[in-house]
Design a protein around this ligand. Sequence first.
Ligand code: ADP
Ligand code: MG
Length: 230
Amino acid sequence: MTNDAVVARNVWRTYGADDAAVVALRGADLTVARGEIVAVTGPSGSGKTTLLNCLAGLDAADDGAIEVLGTDVRALDYEDAVEWRRQNVAIMFQAVGLLPYLTARENVEIALRLRGVDRSSRRSATAEALARVGLADHADHRPSELSGGQQQRVAIARVLAQPPKLLIADEPTGQLDSDTTLVVLDELRSAVKDHDLTIVMTTHDPTSTAFADRAVRLAGGLVLDEDAGA
Ligand code: ADP
Ligand code: MG
Protein backbone atom coordinates (compact mmCIF):
# COMPACT_ATOMS: atom_id res chain seq x y z
CA MET A 1 0.00 0.00 0.00
CA THR A 2 1.16 3.47 -0.76
CA ASN A 3 -0.20 6.92 -0.23
CA ASP A 4 1.18 8.01 -3.58
CA ALA A 5 -1.26 8.89 -6.35
CA VAL A 6 1.08 7.60 -9.05
CA VAL A 7 3.82 5.01 -8.88
CA ALA A 8 5.22 4.12 -12.29
CA ARG A 9 8.30 1.94 -12.50
CA ASN A 10 10.44 1.01 -15.47
CA VAL A 11 7.71 1.75 -18.03
CA TRP A 12 8.45 0.77 -21.63
CA ARG A 13 6.42 1.56 -24.74
CA THR A 14 7.52 0.86 -28.30
CA TYR A 15 5.50 1.86 -31.36
CA GLY A 16 5.86 -0.10 -34.60
CA ALA A 17 8.20 -3.01 -35.14
CA ASP A 18 11.57 -3.93 -36.62
CA ASP A 19 13.21 -1.15 -38.61
CA ALA A 20 10.27 1.17 -37.99
CA ALA A 21 10.25 0.67 -34.20
CA VAL A 22 10.20 3.85 -32.10
CA VAL A 23 10.92 3.39 -28.42
CA ALA A 24 8.82 6.16 -26.87
CA LEU A 25 9.44 5.13 -23.25
CA ARG A 26 12.55 3.25 -22.19
CA GLY A 27 12.23 2.51 -18.52
CA ALA A 28 10.50 5.67 -17.30
CA ASP A 29 9.90 6.09 -13.55
CA LEU A 30 7.52 8.55 -11.93
CA THR A 31 6.16 8.91 -8.42
CA VAL A 32 3.56 11.53 -7.55
CA ALA A 33 2.29 12.03 -4.00
CA ARG A 34 -1.39 12.64 -3.33
CA GLY A 35 -2.11 16.35 -3.45
CA GLU A 36 1.03 17.10 -5.41
CA ILE A 37 1.26 19.09 -8.65
CA VAL A 38 3.97 17.68 -10.90
CA ALA A 39 5.08 19.21 -14.19
CA VAL A 40 6.53 16.84 -16.78
CA THR A 41 8.86 18.73 -19.09
CA GLY A 42 11.16 17.71 -21.91
CA PRO A 43 11.62 18.28 -25.62
CA SER A 44 9.08 17.35 -28.24
CA GLY A 45 9.20 13.60 -28.90
CA SER A 46 10.67 12.78 -25.49
CA GLY A 47 7.68 10.63 -24.52
CA LYS A 48 5.59 13.00 -22.38
CA THR A 49 2.24 12.28 -24.04
CA THR A 50 2.97 8.57 -24.17
CA LEU A 51 3.70 8.54 -20.46
CA LEU A 52 0.44 10.35 -19.62
CA ASN A 53 -1.55 7.99 -21.85
CA CYS A 54 0.00 4.97 -20.14
CA LEU A 55 -0.80 6.39 -16.67
CA ALA A 56 -4.43 6.91 -17.75
CA GLY A 57 -4.70 3.41 -19.22
CA LEU A 58 -5.43 4.94 -22.63
CA ASP A 59 -2.30 3.37 -24.07
CA ALA A 60 -0.84 0.01 -23.06
CA ALA A 61 2.72 -0.02 -21.78
CA ASP A 62 4.78 -3.00 -22.96
CA ASP A 63 6.54 -3.47 -19.65
CA GLY A 64 6.83 -1.98 -16.18
CA ALA A 65 4.53 -1.36 -13.24
CA ILE A 66 1.88 1.38 -13.17
CA GLU A 67 -0.15 1.94 -10.03
CA VAL A 68 -2.48 4.94 -10.04
CA LEU A 69 -4.67 5.74 -7.02
CA GLY A 70 -3.96 2.24 -5.76
CA THR A 71 -5.12 0.58 -8.98
CA ASP A 72 -2.89 -1.57 -11.16
CA VAL A 73 -3.70 0.23 -14.41
CA ARG A 74 -2.03 -2.37 -16.65
CA ALA A 75 -4.34 -5.06 -15.26
CA LEU A 76 -7.59 -3.25 -16.18
CA ASP A 77 -9.47 -4.47 -19.22
CA TYR A 78 -10.98 -1.89 -21.55
CA GLU A 79 -14.36 -1.56 -19.84
CA ASP A 80 -12.93 -1.50 -16.34
CA ALA A 81 -10.48 1.19 -17.44
CA VAL A 82 -13.33 3.33 -18.80
CA GLU A 83 -15.27 3.05 -15.55
CA TRP A 84 -12.16 3.62 -13.41
CA ARG A 85 -11.35 6.82 -15.32
CA ARG A 86 -14.96 8.03 -15.10
CA GLN A 87 -14.88 7.75 -11.32
CA ASN A 88 -11.36 8.95 -10.61
CA VAL A 89 -9.50 10.70 -13.39
CA ALA A 90 -9.97 13.78 -15.55
CA ILE A 91 -7.92 13.96 -18.71
CA MET A 92 -7.13 17.05 -20.75
CA PHE A 93 -5.64 16.37 -24.14
CA GLN A 94 -3.53 18.71 -26.22
CA ALA A 95 -6.40 18.77 -28.69
CA VAL A 96 -8.95 20.09 -26.23
CA GLY A 97 -11.72 17.75 -27.33
CA LEU A 98 -14.89 19.73 -26.66
CA LEU A 99 -18.05 18.44 -28.30
CA PRO A 100 -18.62 20.80 -31.23
CA TYR A 101 -22.43 20.90 -31.17
CA LEU A 102 -22.64 21.70 -27.46
CA THR A 103 -22.21 25.11 -25.88
CA ALA A 104 -19.51 25.84 -23.31
CA ARG A 105 -22.12 25.30 -20.57
CA GLU A 106 -23.26 21.99 -22.04
CA ASN A 107 -19.68 20.82 -22.50
CA VAL A 108 -19.05 21.31 -18.78
CA GLU A 109 -22.41 19.90 -17.72
CA ILE A 110 -22.16 16.69 -19.68
CA ALA A 111 -19.11 15.63 -17.71
CA LEU A 112 -21.13 16.01 -14.51
CA ARG A 113 -24.08 14.14 -15.96
CA LEU A 114 -21.82 11.21 -16.77
CA ARG A 115 -20.87 11.12 -13.10
CA GLY A 116 -24.51 11.10 -12.00
CA VAL A 117 -24.66 14.65 -10.57
CA ASP A 118 -28.27 15.86 -10.29
CA ARG A 119 -29.61 18.61 -12.49
CA SER A 120 -29.67 21.57 -10.10
CA SER A 121 -26.18 20.81 -8.73
CA ARG A 122 -24.96 20.53 -12.32
CA ARG A 123 -26.38 23.93 -13.16
CA SER A 124 -24.78 25.73 -10.24
CA ALA A 125 -21.42 23.94 -10.40
CA THR A 126 -21.19 24.64 -14.14
CA ALA A 127 -22.00 28.34 -13.78
CA GLU A 128 -19.50 28.72 -10.96
CA ALA A 129 -16.72 26.89 -12.80
CA LEU A 130 -17.18 28.93 -15.99
CA ALA A 131 -17.04 32.11 -13.92
CA ARG A 132 -13.82 30.99 -12.27
CA VAL A 133 -12.07 30.72 -15.63
CA GLY A 134 -13.52 34.04 -16.79
CA LEU A 135 -16.09 32.62 -19.21
CA ALA A 136 -19.38 33.49 -17.48
CA ASP A 137 -20.45 35.53 -20.49
CA HIS A 138 -19.43 32.84 -23.01
CA ALA A 139 -21.53 30.01 -21.56
CA ASP A 140 -23.80 29.84 -24.60
CA HIS A 141 -21.04 29.86 -27.19
CA ARG A 142 -20.10 26.75 -29.13
CA PRO A 143 -16.42 25.77 -29.47
CA SER A 144 -16.26 27.19 -33.02
CA GLU A 145 -17.21 30.58 -31.53
CA LEU A 146 -14.40 30.44 -28.96
CA SER A 147 -10.66 31.00 -29.32
CA GLY A 148 -8.25 28.13 -28.67
CA GLY A 149 -7.46 29.57 -25.26
CA GLN A 150 -11.15 29.94 -24.40
CA GLN A 151 -11.76 26.32 -25.41
CA GLN A 152 -8.91 25.29 -23.14
CA ARG A 153 -10.57 27.23 -20.31
CA VAL A 154 -13.85 25.38 -20.89
CA ALA A 155 -11.92 22.11 -20.50
CA ILE A 156 -10.46 23.44 -17.24
CA ALA A 157 -13.92 24.52 -16.04
CA ARG A 158 -15.00 20.92 -16.55
CA VAL A 159 -12.32 19.85 -14.07
CA LEU A 160 -13.16 22.62 -11.59
CA ALA A 161 -16.90 21.87 -11.68
CA GLN A 162 -16.31 18.51 -10.08
CA PRO A 163 -12.65 17.85 -9.36
CA PRO A 164 -11.55 14.24 -9.88
CA LYS A 165 -8.97 12.55 -7.66
CA LEU A 166 -6.36 12.87 -10.39
CA LEU A 167 -6.00 15.30 -13.29
CA ILE A 168 -3.79 14.15 -16.15
CA ALA A 169 -3.27 17.09 -18.45
CA ASP A 170 -1.23 17.44 -21.64
CA GLU A 171 -0.15 21.08 -21.88
CA PRO A 172 -3.24 22.47 -20.14
CA THR A 173 -2.00 26.05 -20.41
CA GLY A 174 -0.42 25.74 -23.86
CA GLN A 175 -2.87 28.11 -25.55
CA LEU A 176 -3.28 30.64 -22.74
CA ASP A 177 -1.65 34.04 -22.41
CA SER A 178 0.41 34.55 -19.27
CA ASP A 179 -2.28 36.41 -17.29
CA THR A 180 -4.87 33.73 -18.00
CA THR A 181 -2.32 31.01 -17.22
CA LEU A 182 -1.92 32.46 -13.73
CA VAL A 183 -5.69 32.63 -13.18
CA VAL A 184 -6.14 29.04 -14.27
CA LEU A 185 -3.21 27.75 -12.24
CA ASP A 186 -4.56 29.49 -9.13
CA GLU A 187 -7.94 27.83 -9.65
CA LEU A 188 -6.30 24.44 -10.06
CA ARG A 189 -4.29 25.05 -6.88
CA SER A 190 -7.55 25.80 -5.02
CA ALA A 191 -9.01 22.53 -6.28
CA VAL A 192 -5.91 20.72 -5.00
CA LYS A 193 -6.39 22.29 -1.57
CA ASP A 194 -10.16 21.92 -1.31
CA HIS A 195 -10.67 18.57 -3.03
CA ASP A 196 -7.41 16.73 -2.47
CA LEU A 197 -6.78 16.74 -6.19
CA THR A 198 -3.45 15.50 -7.63
CA ILE A 199 -2.16 16.90 -10.92
CA VAL A 200 0.29 15.49 -13.45
CA MET A 201 0.71 17.86 -16.37
CA THR A 202 3.11 18.22 -19.23
CA THR A 203 4.20 21.72 -20.07
CA HIS A 204 6.63 23.79 -22.08
CA ASP A 205 5.68 26.87 -20.19
CA PRO A 206 8.10 28.21 -17.53
CA THR A 207 5.21 29.76 -15.57
CA SER A 208 3.46 26.40 -15.20
CA THR A 209 6.73 24.61 -14.47
CA ALA A 210 7.61 27.06 -11.71
CA PHE A 211 4.08 26.85 -10.32
CA ALA A 212 4.24 23.07 -9.87
CA ASP A 213 5.43 21.57 -6.61
CA ARG A 214 7.99 19.63 -8.58
CA ALA A 215 9.19 19.33 -12.16
CA VAL A 216 10.56 16.19 -13.78
CA ARG A 217 12.28 16.09 -17.13
CA LEU A 218 11.88 13.46 -19.80
CA ALA A 219 14.51 12.89 -22.45
CA GLY A 220 14.56 10.02 -24.90
CA GLY A 221 11.83 8.17 -23.03
CA LEU A 222 13.54 8.32 -19.64
CA VAL A 223 12.71 10.49 -16.65
CA LEU A 224 16.04 12.12 -15.91
CA ASP A 225 15.80 13.84 -12.60
CA GLU A 226 12.82 12.53 -10.72
CA ASP A 227 14.12 13.77 -7.39
CA ALA A 228 15.06 17.27 -8.46
CA GLY A 229 13.00 20.04 -6.90
CA ALA A 230 11.19 22.58 -9.06
P1 ADP B 1 6.07 14.20 -26.56
O1 ADP B 1 4.69 14.23 -26.01
O2 ADP B 1 7.14 14.38 -25.50
O3 ADP B 1 6.28 15.16 -27.69
P2 ADP B 1 5.32 11.58 -27.55
O4 ADP B 1 5.03 10.74 -26.36
O5 ADP B 1 4.16 12.12 -28.29
O6 ADP B 1 6.35 12.72 -27.16
O7 ADP B 1 6.18 10.72 -28.59
C1 ADP B 1 7.35 10.01 -28.20
C2 ADP B 1 7.87 9.28 -29.44
O8 ADP B 1 6.96 8.25 -29.82
C3 ADP B 1 8.04 10.16 -30.66
O9 ADP B 1 9.18 9.74 -31.38
C4 ADP B 1 6.78 9.91 -31.45
O10 ADP B 1 6.98 10.12 -32.81
C5 ADP B 1 6.50 8.45 -31.14
N1 ADP B 1 5.06 8.13 -31.16
C6 ADP B 1 4.12 8.63 -30.33
N2 ADP B 1 2.91 8.11 -30.59
C7 ADP B 1 3.09 7.26 -31.63
C8 ADP B 1 2.20 6.40 -32.39
N3 ADP B 1 0.91 6.30 -32.10
N4 ADP B 1 2.76 5.66 -33.39
C9 ADP B 1 4.07 5.75 -33.68
N5 ADP B 1 4.95 6.52 -33.01
C10 ADP B 1 4.47 7.27 -32.01
MG1 MG C 1 3.11 15.52 -26.45
